[in-house]
Design a protein around this ligand. Structure first.
Ligand code: GLN
Length: 246
């Protein structure tokens, strides 16, 4: 079992480091054929238009779509979430190519520009059930997208109050009215083999989302991956680790 990390642009190093902290080796993916050697994939945050251009240049879209269709676990964080969405609002003129598969509409820069980036403690009940730990997770939102509507097969894992200066476009009315009365917007979802977060768990010391994703590969994260951890050795893991928020 090996985990690929799309390494065209953005925070792929940080994801590889987070996996390393769990004793798992992340394989950097830059070419379509490299996808054949991994059983799951993380698409990092970054800038989705740039990432899409690079993916197009490397002819990665057909292989990425095939990977999703095969039912292999794929986790998109931030720009990666935009990549996985069936529909994106707020795109640059001409739009950008998406992988799709995740039945939702995402707004690319819902929370505003880079300087409106923020951190927030999120309620993450499903993560707590599966991974334990504190009831909240520190969400790092960097020019973050938000999910405006989801299909019935999509499980909402976290949401956040909509900032007072924002409104959710009424054309994209939220479907799950019980959970979202218009004051909350969705920031983490799961749909079968697909996981998506609008924030950046790889920039925190809390590895519960990574561990949760590894379990989507079937079986416990430790099974089949611990050997890779042993291979890396604790010292190597420590020395190559990147600075992260505690
Ligand atoms: N909103 C950004 C985009 O459109 C994504 C930001 C991020 O990945 N941190 O690509």
């Amino acid at each position: 079992m090996s985990v690929g990390v799309l390494a065209l642009q953005g925070s792929f190093n940080e994801h590889v480091a987070a996996l390393r902290r769990l004793g798992v080796k992340g394989v950097e993916i830059r070419k379509p054929e490299q996808l054949q050697s991994v059983s799951s994939l993380i698409i990092p945050g970054g800038e989705s238009t740039t990432m899409a251009k690079l993916a197009e240049y490397h002819n990665l879209f057909p292989a990425l779509r095939e990977f999703v269709k095969m039912g292999k676990p794929v986790w998109g964080t931030c720009a990666g979430l935009i990549f996985l969405a069936n529909k994106a609002a707020g795109q640059k003129t001409g739009g950008q190519e998406l992988i799709g598969g995740l039945n939702c509409t995402v707004h690319r820069n819902f929370f505003g520009s880079q300087i409106q980036s923020f951190e927030a403690e999120l309620q993450v009940p499903e993560i707590v059930v599966k991974e334990g730990g504190p009831p909240t997770f520190r969400g790092v939102f960097i020019r973050a997208p938000a999910i405006l509507e989801v299909g019935p097969e999509v499980e909402v894992l976290a949401n956040i109050p909509v900032p007072s200066n924002k409104t959710v476009d009424p054309n994209h009315a939220l479907e799950n009215q019980e959970e979202n009365t218009g004051e909350k917007v969705i920031v983490a979802v799961k749909q079968g083999n697909l996981l998506a977060t609008a924030f950046h768990p790889e920039l925190t010391a809390d590895t519960r989302w990574h561990s949760y994703f590894l379990k989507m590969m079937g079986g416990e994260a430790g099974v089949g991956t611990s050997a890779v951890g042993e291979e890396l050795g604790l010292e190597e893991r420590r020395s190559t680790d990147l600075p992260i928020f505690q």
